[in-house]
Design a protein around this ligand. Structure first.
Ligand code: NAD
Length: 306
């Protein structure tokens, strides 16, 4: 059961798209499903992760993915490799995981050290095990509206629209940012022939001119640029739906870890114009985590011909 947090504001009744609550529900559904399968004698899904180096944020992301696996009853395996590893040695590790039948899917945590060609690494992953959905074959399948592993962040946003029943058909969706893992796949999914989807999409980026004129016409704005507080209230119209993907660590001495997480949206001012808005943290981030689990479940289903 979803709890809609309604707040009366000057111009709009703004509601929060609560990624924490939604992700909790999805994880609970997955956990129950896995329990049922295990009772029927089917082995639990198994997710692998490769972590190269000591990047703090990457370490946290991988720790969280492993915790999520434990919560839903998945098996998980972590391969830790030093920053100094060569590209060839990393690809050899990937090939080992490709060949491991006990593993349904795995991820290589990005970013990788500068001496490693990220594209070559992604291309080395067996597309059938690419639960991040980054392999060109899976990206192509997504663009052609075939079943595949969808990149977790855009997938999580689609799931959010679906479960909160936010209408997207015929709406003008403006996506800010065209990265391969967020903005571009987001634009493809929002324009797909289906629900959610059927949006008229404008994909904007750092070379876009007169961005505010474009966002002012949007029914839905999805920000994925990584510039804290970038989207201001005067850039959007009343009643807009706002999805803020941005997460930037901003120094904050009063915070226990010395930083706080900030989104791409000037939340305090934009919320007064929005009908629905995701907070940062607690919006898209938890949904991204939950979707990796859904992709792993799909890999397990295919791998075990269920
Ligand atoms: P990226 O750096 O790969 O891409 C940023 C994009 O923003 C580029 O396409 C660039 O053209 C565009 N851009 C930059 N400045 C702009 C400007 N002034 N106007 C218009 N467009 C501009 O980033 P990414 O990997 O897509 O990540 C974006 C943000 O989302 C980051 O803060 C990242 O941490 C966050 N993120 C969050 C999640 C999550 O689960 N919540 C997942 C992935 C990324």
């Amino acid at each position: 059961m979803l709890i809609f947090a309604g707040t009366q504001t000057n111009t709009q009744t703004m509601q929060i798209l609560d990624g924490i609550q939604l992700a909790k529900e999805i994880k609970q559904e997955i956990k129950s499903h896995v329990q049922e399968q295990v009772e029927q004698g089917i082995r639990a899904p198994h997710l692998g992760a490769i972590l190269v180096g000591e990047n703090g944020a990457s370490q946290t992301y991988v720790d969280n993915k492993i915790k999520d696996c434990a919560f839903v009853g998945f098996q998980s395996s972590l391969v830790r490799l030093p920053t100094s590893i060569t590209q060839e040695a990393l690809i050899a590790e990937i090939e080992k995981l490709n060949a491991d039948d006990s593993l349904d899917g795995f991820i290589v945590q990005l970013p990788l050290p500068k001496h490693i060609d990220q594209e070559a690494v992604i291309n080395a992953i067996d597309p059938e095990k690419d639960v991040d959905g980054f392999h060109p074959m899976n990206f192509g399948r997504m663009a052609l509206e075939m079943e595949t592993f969808l990149p977790a962040t855009p997938y999580g946003i689609m799931e959010m629209f679906e479960r909160y029943q936010i209408p997207t058909a015929g709406k003008h969706t403006v996506v800010i940012g065209r990265s391969r893992i967020v903005g571009r796949p987001m634009s493809i999914l929002m324009s797909k022939n289906g629900e959610p989807g059927n949006s008229t999409v404008t994909l904007t980026h750092s070379k876009t001119k007169n961005l505010a004129e474009i966002t002012q016409q949007a029914d839905i704005v999805i920000t994925a640029l990584g510039v804290p507080g970038f989207l201001k209230a005067d850039m959007v119209k009343d009643g807009v739906v706002i999805v803020d993907v941005g997460i930037t660590r901003v120094d904050d001495e009063s915070a226990p870890r010395g930083f706080k997480l900030q989104g791409d949206v000037d939340f305090e001012n934009v919320k007064h114009k929005a009908s629905w808005i995701t907070p940062v943290p607690g919006g898209v981030g938890p949904m991204t985590r939950a979707m990796l689990l859904k992709n792993t479940l799909l890999a397990h289903k295919k791998n075990n011909k269920l």
